[in-house]
Design a protein around this ligand. Structure first.
Ligand code: NAD
Length: 296
């Protein structure tokens, strides 16, 4: 596995592709945004003008796309890889999409003789840049073994969750919990500020107390507390509210299908939906802090 077609060079895909180049892989890249392709080209990748062209003559294809419909278009579309590609590279979809869509794409891939993995990630843009992502993988163990050198160049932890779609199922459970503790963290910080506490002091206290969680530790949503978090740059970049909203939608659909009770996930979806409707859809998801801000 030396040559990789990389499709989707956004907030996550851009730095992930960069780490593959640093590890010595040859990359053929494509994104709908020309600037993203140019940046990867400057770093040493070969620029391509379509997903199909990027997937041509490679050992593996990695996709890092926003949502189910984008993965469907790239893999299942009329000009998509499964219908047009004459070679049979290993396919690795790192996008977070519906488990059901992931299973459907993998089944179609298998019919056409492709091996495929779903490998959504956790760790955010900081993890993508540092090459410390967690990959949550669904598919056959022998395909995971082949993908291992590629995934290890972009991440630190590889988990095999089960068969096709299992990576996506585990990922949406994780993100539902992430949304819940991000909202809880924002709510607690605002309460503290309203009670006259310094948010930095309160954060330090909760980090050594039972309220400790990932949002507080690595992604503090209150501006001024953590220099490198999106809150320190007016919530630019990072993981968009609209993408979190999408993941919560996937979790709720899965909850309906599996007859699961997810009241906190439902409330989180409702709050992120309201936040998006107020014009914050492209901001980082920690901007949910604004929903609690005292505007009087
Ligand atoms: P993004 O919107 O920044 O990037 C997606 C990229 O895909 C864009 O550059 C877009 O132009 C490109 N794209 C869309 N359709 C395409 C097509 N048909 N062909 C080629 N390129 C196409 O999103 P992101 O933040 O990088 O997230 C990507 C995926 O990773 C999402 O599924 C998201 O849920 C997941 N994720 C994001 C984060 C995060 O912190 N941002 C963390 C974990 C998982």
């Amino acid at each position: 596995m030396k040559t990789i077609g990389f499709i989707g060079l956004g907030h996550m895909g851009g730095p992930m592709a960069h780490n593959l180049l640093k590890a010595g892989f040859e990359l053929r890249v494509f994104d709908l945004v020309k600037d993203a392709v140019s940046a990867a080209e400057k770093a040493g990748a070969t620029a391509c003008s379509s997903a199909l062209e990027a997937a041509h003559g490679v050992d593996a294809v990695v996709t890092m796309l926003p949502a189910s419909e984008h993965s469907e278009a790239v893999y299942l579309g009329e000009n998509g890889l499964l219908n047009q590609l004459s070679e049979r590279p290993l396919l690795i979809d790192c996008s977070t999409i519906a488990p059901e869509t992931s299973r459907r794409i993998a089944a179609e891939a298998s019919k056409k003789g492709f091996a495929m993995l779903d490998a959504p990630v956790s760790g955010g843009t900081a993890g993508a840049t540092a090459g410390t992502l967690t990959f949550i993988i669904g598919g056959a163990p022998q395909d995971l073994e082949k993908a291992q050198p590629i995934l290890s160049a972009m991440g630190k932890n590889l988990f095999h969750a089960g068969d096709h779609g299992a990576g996506q199922a585990a990922k949406i459970c994780n993100n539902m919990l992430l949304a819940v503790h991000m909202i809880g963290t924002a709510e607690a910080l605002q309460l503290g500020v309203n009670l006259g506490l310094d948010p930095k002091v309160l954060s330090d206290i909760m980090l050594k107390s039972s309220g400790r969680n990932w949002s507080l530790e690595l992604y503090n949503p209150y501006p001024g507390v953590m220099e490198n978090a999106p809150a320190g740059r007016e919530y630019e970049g990072g993981f968009a509210v609209n993408l979190m909203n999408k993941d919560l939608g996937l979790a709720l659909e899965a909850a309906i299908q599996s007859r699961s009770s997810t009241p906190m996930g439902g409330l989180a979806k409702s709050l992120y939906q309201a936040h998006s409707k107020q014009g914050s859809g492209l901001l980082d998801f920690s901007s949910i802090q604004k929903l609690f801000a005292d505007k009087t």
